[in-house]
Design a protein around this ligand. Structure first.
Ligand code: DQA
Length: 148
């Protein structure tokens, strides 16, 4: 059964709850991790929850995920708008990918309107706060179930 998923978080998301609460809310990164673990367990998914501030580390994580995971949920944070390397790594991953943003990137500064990863993702969620993580886990479970 395909049930191994990874949530990959990009730069500054480790400071959730502390950074720009008007955009990202007050839930801490640790609490978000716990919420995601609980939801995944409930749905029978085996979750790995990761974060890095370093572009190359994110690329390595995505590459390794090819062998170890059935689906990727990614909030690439600021690298969404700049990283061809992350986009290229994702396009080598031939399984479901969900792009996620806590804030509505299209309501914010113009430089956030462009995502380099949307067209290599299966689908995306933005602007729904940290609930987006729960919704992404639910959607990923459905995508993996339909594959079997
Ligand atoms: C973000 C949106 C990005 O533009 C920003 O750089 C982030 C977080 C979001 O979750 O809303 O760090 O990906």
């Amino acid at each position: 059964m395909s049930n191994k998923i990874i949530i990959i978080n990009g730069p500054n998301l480790n400071l959730l709850g502390e950074r720009e609460q008007s955009q990202y809310g007050s839930c801490s990164f640790k609490d978000l991790k716990d919420i995601c673990a609980k939801k995944s367990k409930e749905l029978g998914l085996n979750l790995e929850f990761t974060q890095s501030n370093i572009e190359g580390e994110l690329v390595n994580l995505i590459q390794v995920s090819r062998k170890n995971f059935d689906g990727i949920i990614i909030n690439a944070a600021a690298f969404t708008h700049t990283s061809i390397a992350i986009r290229d790594a994702l396009s080598i991953f031939k399984k479901p990918i969900i792009e996620l943003h806590i804030s509505n990137i299209y309501k914010r500064e113009e430089f956030r309107h462009k995502s380099l990863i949307s067209d290599v993702a299966t689908g995306g969620i933005f602007g729904l706060g940290i609930d987006g993580y729960i919704l992404a886990i639910i959607s990923m479970q459905k995508l993996l179930k339909n594959e079997n």
